[in-house]
Design a protein around this ligand. Structure first.
Ligand code: ZN
Length: 283
C-alpha cells in the first residue's frame, strides 16, 4: 500500500501550487508558513468559498433590514406603495447608521460610511440592490478574485458615500454605491482587457450603468453622486489592483480584504448596539 501524497502536501493558500505541508516557505511564491490553518481558511479561495462570501453579504443586508423593520414597526410600515412597503423611518435609519452630510459633518458619525452600505429604506430597495449584487459580485470574483471583490466593494461604497456627502447629500443609505463600484471595476476590466470578450463585458456592464443612470434621474431621492462616486472608485481600484489575467492577488491585498471584513463586522456590531442603546435611552 502506498500512502497518499495528499497527506504530506497541500495547495499554497496564496499561489495554489502543490507544496509540502512541512515547508516553512512556499518555494513558488515565498510566503511564510503556508500551512498555517488560518491562512488556509481565510486567504485561499475557491468557487465554493466565493459563493459563501456573496451569500454572507446578502444575509447581513437582509438581517439588518429585518432588524430595522421590526425595531421600527409602526402603521406606515405597511404602506402599500411600492417604494414605501416595509420602510423603516428616517429616524430609525439614522440611529442604526445612515450616512450623508448631516451624520458625517454635524454628528461626526464617521463609521456610518460603512454601516449605511448595509441599510435599506424599503423592500423594493433591498430587493433591487441584492439582485444586482448577486449578479455582479460573482463576475468580479471570477475576473479579479474574491479578495479584490471585497476590497473594491467595501472601499467603493465608502468612497461613493464620502463624495456624495461632500457635495451636500444630507441623508443616504443602501448597497448601491458599493454595487456601483463593482460595475466600475468591471467597466475598467472590459476596457483594459479588450478583445471580443472585453468588449462584450464592457457593453453588457455599460448597459447596467446606463440603466442605473436613467433610473437615478427618473426616480426622486436616488443618490446619483453616491452611484457615480462608487463607479469611479471601483474603476480606479480595478486599475490599481489589476485583474487576474494581469497579476495574482498579492498577500497585502488578502490582508486588506481581511481588514475590510473585520472593520465591517465591528462597525455593524457598533451600529446595532449603539442603536439599541439610543432607542432604549430615548424611551
Ligand atoms: Zn505559494
Amino acid at each position: 500500500m502506498t500512502t497518499s501524497p495528499k497527506k504530506n502536501s497541500l495547495l499554497c493558500p496564496n499561489c495554489r501550487k502543490l507544496i509540502s505541508r512541512s515547508a516553512s516557505r512556499c518555494p513558488y511564491c515565498d510566503i511564510t508558513n503556508p500551512s498555517a490553518w488560518w491562512k488556509n481558511t481565510f486567504l485561499s479561495s475557491n468557487r465554493t468559498k466565493d459563493e459563501y462570501y456573496v451569500r454572507a453579504i446578502i444575509y447581513v443586508n437582509v438581517a439588518m433590514f429585518a432588524l430595522l423593520v421590526l425595531v421600527d414597526f409602526r402603521p406606515s410600515t405597511f404602506n402599500f406603495s411600492p417604494f414605501a412597503f416595509l420602510s423603516p423611518s428616517n429616524n430609525a435609519l439614522l440611529i442604526f447608521g445612515s450616512t450623508g452630510s448631516i451624520p458625517l459633518f454635524q454628528l461626526e458619525r464617521w463609521w456610518s460610511l460603512i454601516s449605511a452600505n448595509y441599510l435599506h429604506g424599503s423592500l423594493l430597495h433591498i430587493l433591487f440592490n441584492m439582485l444586482a449584487f448577486s449578479q455582479l459580485a460573482p463576475f468580479v470574483q471570477r475576473e479579479f478574485g474574491n479578495n479584490r471583490m471585497i476590497v473594491i466593494y467595501t472601499l467603493g461604497g465608502v468612497a461613493g458615500y464620502l463624495l456624495s456627502a461632500i457635495v451636500g447629500v444630507k441623508w443616504t443609505i443602501g448597497a448601491s454605491a458599493a454595487v456601483c463600484s463593482l460595475i466600475g471595476a468591471l467597466l475598467y476590466y472590459g476596457k483594459s482587457r479588450g478583445g471580443r470578450f472585453g468588449q462584450a463585458v464592457f457593453s453588457q456592464i455599460g448597459g447596467w450603468a446606463i440603466g442605473i443612470g436613467i433610473f437615478g434621474f427618473l426616480v426622486p431621492g436616488i443618490n446619483n453622486w453616491g452611484h457615480g462616486g462608487g463607479m469611479a472608485a471601483g474603476a480606479l481600484l480595478g486599475y490599481l489592483f489589476g485583474y487576474r489575467e494581469q497579476r495574482r492577488e498579492s498577500m497585502a491585498l488578502k490582508y486588506l480584504a481581511m481588514a475590510c471584513i473585520l472593520t465591517t463586522i465591528l462597525t455593524l456590531i457598533w451600529a446595532v448596539t449603539s442603536g439599541f442603546f439610543l432607542l432604549l435611552w430615548r424611551v
